[in-house]
Design a protein around this ligand. Structure first.
Ligand code: IPE
Ligand code: IPE
Ligand code: MG
Length: 270
């Protein structure tokens, strides 16, 4: 298994992968793909050239994640705020780029056994884009490997509002909130991410130190990895570096050590 995985990686990737513990890979990685505009500006190119260049980064990241058997990868491609606050020409370009990406990548996604999903208010996107998204989703629905979720027209606050609205409607149908068991799991089941575990690791490129309305509920205990690399320069090797860094961290979840009771004598452990 390890030999097969190593054979699919390039030399630099293999060097890092060899040092990873395959039993402690993050089960879900989320990425805020940022810095396309700055990448283009540095080259005296229009902003959209950065978005175009970012497609190669998506391809490399997705393939490497699938090859090393990451179960779930979520990419923040387009926020609800991007849709509202950017010039129409840039938004139109991004929509076209998404459609071309989906058309081109479906065969590669199938080859790598990757299933495509989306989060965000899909119904607010142009009908042609929605149709292409649905086509790509169905064309990969049979795959059993990594789940690739694209956040498109996504806002974490909108997601929570939609969840609260659905919960309130269910409560009304069931004779009131007192007849429902409302706990954290129930909220999670109403989020767009109901098909996913919470991310263990969130990566943001371009050095910005913020979440920009991404997975606010789900990232409660995620490890945060921020790097100065601009998204068009990000590759699979950077993903593996982030995983290596993640494996050095000690996750506590509010407790004292990684395994909640590992400091106790064996007999006292639960
Ligand atoms: C990220 O790059 C891609 C999207 C938000 C669609 P930006 O377009 O935000 O690039 P910068 O942050 O301006 O460099
Ligand atoms: C976050 O990046 C959204 C995506 C990467 C899709 P932005 O560039 O939109 O975030 P802000 O505006 O810098 O917070
Ligand atoms: Mg940005």
């Amino acid at each position: 298994m390890q030999a097969t995985i190593l054979a699919g990686l390039d030399r630099k990737e293999a060097e890092i992968y060899r040092r990873l513990d395959p039993a402690r890979l993050p089960q879900h990685i989320a990425i805020i793909m940022d810095g396309n505009g700055r990448w283009a500006k540095r080259r005296h190119l229009p902003r959209v050239a950065g978005h175009r260049a970012g497609v190669a980064s998506v391809r490399s990241t997705v393939e490497t994640a699938a090859r090393v058997k990451i179960p779930a990868l979520t990419l923040y491609a387009f926020s609800e705020e991007n849709w509202k606050k950017r010039p129409r020409s840039e938004v139109d370009f991004l929509m076209g780029l998404l459609c071309r990406y989906l058309k081109q990548e479906v065969p590669t996604l199938n080859k790598n056994n990757i299933r495509l999903e989306y989060i965000g208010r899909q119904h607010e996107l142009p009908a042609t884009v929605q149709a292409k998204m649905e086509w790509a989703r169905q064309a990969t629905a049979h795959n059993t490997g990594m789940v690739l979720t694209l956040a498109l027209n996504y806002s974490a606050r909108t997601e929570l509002v939609d969840a609260f609205r659905a919960i309130a409607q269910a409560a009304a149908r069931n004779g009131g909130l007192e007849h429902m068991q409302l706990d954290e799991d129930e909220v999670s089941r109403h989020l767009y991410t109901r098909h996913l575990p919470d991310p263990d690791l969130v990566i943001r490129t371009s050095g910005e130190m913020r979440l920009s309305n991404f997975l606010l509920w789900q990232l409660a205990y995620a490890e945060i990895h921020i790097i100065p690399t601009l998204w068009p320069e990000f590759r699979g090797v950077h993903l593996l570096e982030a995983i290596a860094e993640y494996q050095k961290r000690e996750r506590r979840y509010g407790g004292l050590v990684d395994a909640p009771d590992h400091h106790l004598p064996k007999a006292a452990r639960s």
